[in-house]
Write a protein that binds this ligand. Structure first.
Ligand code: ZN
Length: 467
């Protein structure tokens, strides 16, 4: 998943133009360029980092090993345990320092067998995925008439008509942050009106009959009802039938349930700073995934490209003044317990966190970084980002942060970055069986790693702390 601030990272052209130095009013009234002599010392290491990253397909190959040999990694599964152990071994093999795990208890949701079918006016099996955290149905399933709505207002207007029905939220995808509310909040709102189950049109653009899972939020005021996502094609069929005024009956069967919390862990590796090892730059992604596909774009890729920053520095013998730390958080998808545990376990040193960066929007063509923090820091980052012009990843746009770093950055007011990438294809595969490594371009992924490596290295090495 991904949760940032309110600002979307989809980059309209105006931002790309605005982020190009020289395209806006000059900083200095006389028309002189502001002095960026401090940046000159970083041109050579930046070009070495970029060259090393794009000179191989190492990052993509590492992600392919993770996703082929281990696969998807839902919280509480042996696969996630294997992925964590694998990451520790591989970080040690890379020569990273202080490699260790930090224990975190995580929710354990189990999908079980599941199915959905249209029963009336004709039998059609639907392609579906239960929503993460959903309860199951009785063994024989729940069968009821369908009530189709297209907004929460329409649901509220239907009122008592929802009682005893399966409420279907058929809301076409616009932007993830907008449409996702029908997945996360729809089931509880339908339950409050007496619905017996809920279906939601998958939160993603039309694919090839691809269902998108994701978490839901129950509320204490409403009973917990089973809920699932169906494909856009099946949603369109239901809509066509409803538009003819024909009664629709659907049967939903789900074995989903929640078991006691399980032990998991965040993975940590470092390159210790040569002068100020107690000051820390954190980069990372989340090692858990949903239980479909292989968790390649969400978020195995984000783990690997941030981890690459340290591997590349180590390989090139670039040791910055401050410590660079990679964290692979656990349980982002259905609990964010890893990000919360990091904040709690590192509370004493959060004041020494110079910057935190998360990559959780895919690893396709990098555009630059989303940023949340002060204007002074933003200006500094804009200058650093000019080192990434050669790979066209030099934009600094609003909207830094990520679900795993937000608990820490908000508590300690730490500058927060998010790798910004071309997201045009990300939401086609997000939380689906199609989230596999073949969707990722090795060259674009290498560029994503290069962008993070340069940004992390320079921020960690600046003579004066970023602030
Ligand atoms: Zn994610």
């Amino acid at each position: 998943m991904r949760r940032r601030g309110a600002v979307t990272l989809a980059l309209p052209l105006v931002w790309l133009v605005a982020a190009t130095p020289g395209a806006q009013a000059p900083h200095v009234a006389s028309g002189e360029r502001p002095s960026t002599n401090w940046l000159d010392q970083y041109r050579e290491p930046a070009s070495r980092l970029i060259g090393e990253a794009v000179g191989s397909t190492f990052a993509w190959q590492r992600l392919a090993v993770l996703t082929d040999s281990i696969g998807h990694r839902l919280s509480g599964t042996p696969a996630l345990d294997r992925a964590i152990a694998w990451a520790v071994d591989e970080m040690k093999r890379d020569g990273l320092e202080n490699v260790h795990t930090e224990s975190v208890m995580v929710p354990k949701w189990v999908r079980g067998a599941e199915s959905a079918e249209i029963v009336e006016p004709a039998r059609h099996p639907m392609v579906m995925l239960g929503l993460g955290g959903s309860v199951g149905t009785r063994p024989e399933g729940v069968q009821a008439e369908l009530l189709t709505v297209h907004s929460f207002n329409e649901l509220e207007a239907a009122g008592q008509k929802a009682r005893g029905k399966i409420v279907f939220f058929n809301v076409p995808y616009t932007a993830y942050e907008e449409t996702v509310t029908y997945r996360s909040d729809g089931p509880a709102r339908a339950a409050r009106l007496g619905a017996v189950a809920s279906l939601v049109r998958s939160v993603g653009p039309p694919g090839l009959r691809t269902p998108h899972t994701g978490s839901l939020q129950y509320t204490p005021e409403a009973p917990q009802i089973p809920a699932a996502a169906i494909t856009t094609e099946d949603a369109d069929r239901l809509q066509r039938i409803a538009d003819r005024g024909t009664r629709i009956v659907v049967r939903l069967k789900m074995e989903a349930h929640t078991e006691p919390d399980a032990e998991s862990a965040n993975v940590v590796g470092e390159l210790r700073g040569r002068e100020k090892p107690d000051e820390i730059v954190v980069v990372g992604g989340h090692i858990d995934s949903w239980d479909v596909g292989a968790g390649a774009s969400d978020d195995g890729g984000g783990c690997v490209v941030t981890w690459e920053a340290l591997r590349l520095m180590k390989k090139l013998n670039l040791r910055p003044r401050r410590t660079v730390r990679v964290v692979l958080w656990t349980n982002e998808e259905n609990g964010t317990r890893g990000g919360l545990a990091y904040r709690d376990q590192h509370r004493e040193e959060l004041a020494n966190h110079v910057m935190m960066l998360e990559s959780d929007n895919g690893v396709s063509r990098p555009l630059g970084f989303g940023f949340s923090g002060s204007e002074a820091v933003r200006q500094k980052l804009r200058a650093i980002a000019t080192l990434l012009r050669g790979i066209a990843a030099d934009a600094i746009v609003p909207g830094g942060g990520g679900a795993d770093i937000n608990p820490s950055t908000r508590e300690a007011r730490i500058p927060a970055l998010a790798l910004a990438v071309d997201e045009s294809k990300y939401f086609l595969v997000h939380h689906t069986p199609a989230d596999t490594v073949d969707k990722i371009d090795p060259v674009e992924m290498a560029r994503s790693a290069a962008a993070i490596a340069v940004m992390a290295y320079v921020v960690a090495d600046l003579p004066d702390r970023l602030e």
